[in-house]
Write a protein that binds this ligand. Structure first.
Ligand SMILES: *Cc1c(COP(=O)(O)O)cnc(C)c1O
Ligand code: SF4
Length: 336
């Protein structure tokens, strides 16, 4: 018999929810009361990049609406199958750059650890949809090669945990990494880029908060919400817990046709984020990745939307409009 009172025997709730995510397009369509005619294209597109969405995120979608802005981010559709010139598999040319230990030295003063290839959700617009996910070995050997890279370079003040989504890793592994980084004397900041607080808010549990509170590093958590309907009470509670543990919270969004390409939606996103203790940080132009062209917008539209936001909101609620240019050592601001 399993002693249920023994915590060591229990899978954390978030891990069960992660394992229970919806991966079958037929199930997603049925749950949302959508036309089964969408199924063949969904299956075909999911063969290239699988469907994955936690049930709690689906619960925030409107039933019967194939254009729901949250659904559009995760449902594989026929548009993905089109080959459009200029939309390529590796727009940021990161495949060539990724060293064995998973540490990307792309920016000055900070280095990015590709901690894992896994994500809690599969976003259809993701530039990593063709990434050789399984190739990163950063977490092996107790992070020793990663920690050695940071220790050897005194110019590094910040460690950025990225992926995939770092918060799909177990707290045991993360605690080991963060403890190791904290022991590197010249490091000041730990930054975590994650969509988990939004798509799987139960991930922010006591185990996670324990190692987060314990680190001497100043901590920044960059979440990733694209639409105000993503932020419900469970998400607000998770974000409040992160803030309570000392983290500064920022958000980055991607500008997506059919999801958040309107001034009222972007303004409400900023308001909802601020209400949850998060400052809008970046609004990214779409990376031109194959299969995501249907999310793209003309540059003139991006400028008009950003201009509309600037007129409507105080400066601290207006995210910076940026794009990522392959090989550039920083984000490139997009000016009108
Ligand atoms: C842009 C970006 C960074 C670094 O850029 P900053 O200008 O320092 O914010 C790091 N990680 C991810 C995932 C990014 O998108
Ligand atoms: S969570 Fe981030 S890295 Fe993962 S699929 Fe979505 S956009 Fe891509």
């Amino acid at each position: 018999m399993i002693p249920v009172s023994d915590a060591a025997w229990q899978t954390p709730r978030w891990q069960s929810e992660l394992a229970d995510a919806i991966t079958d397009p037929a199930e997603l369509l049925a749950l949302l009361d959508l036309d089964a005619a969408l199924l063949p294209a969904a299956l075909q597109s999911a063969a290239a990049f699988p469907l994955r969405v936690p049930r709690g995120f689906v619960a925030r979608m409107r039933t019967g609406d194939p254009h729901d802005p949250l659904l559009r981010q995760v449902l594989p559709i026929a548009d993905e199958l089109a080959t459009i010139p200029g939309y390529v598999e590796d727009p940021l040319e990161e495949t060539a750059e990724l060293p064995d230990d998973g540490v990307l030295r792309k920016y000055d003063g900070r280095a990015l650890v590709v901690t894992t290839g896994a994500c809690g959700v599969h976003c259809r617009y993701c530039f990593r949809r063709h990434f050789p996910y399984s190739d990163t070995r950063a977490a092996s050997d107790g992070w020793q090669p990663v920690l050695a890279r940071f220790a050897a370079d005194p110019s590094l003040a910040e460690a950025i945990l990225s992926g995939g989504d770092p918060l799909t890793l177990s707290d045991r592994r993360l605690a080991l990494l963060v403890e190791g980084l904290g022991a590197v004397p010249h490091l000041r900041r730990l930054r975590i880029h994650t969509r988990q607080p939004v798509v799987l808010p139960t991930r922010i549990d006591g185990q996670l908060l324990r190692w987060l509170r314990a680190t001497r590093l100043e901590t920044v958590v960059v979440i990733h919400a694209n639409h105000p309907a993503e932020i419900d009470q469970a998400v607000r509670d998770a974000l409040a817990a992160l803030r309570d543990a000392g983290a500064t919270l920022l958000n980055q969004s991607v500008l997506l046709r059919g999801v958040n390409d309107s001034v009222p939606v972007l303004a409400e996103l900023s308001e909802a984020l601020f209400g949850a203790g998060v400052l809008p940080y970046y609004l990214h132009l779409l990376d031109p990745v194959a299969g995501a062209a249907h999310f793209d917008l003309p540059l003139s539209t991006a400028h008009a939307l950003h201009g509309g936001l600037q007129r409507r909101l105080p400066g601290y609620l207006v995210p910076r409009l940026v794009r990522e240019v392959a090989g550039e050592p920083m984000k490139t601001p997009v000016y009108a």
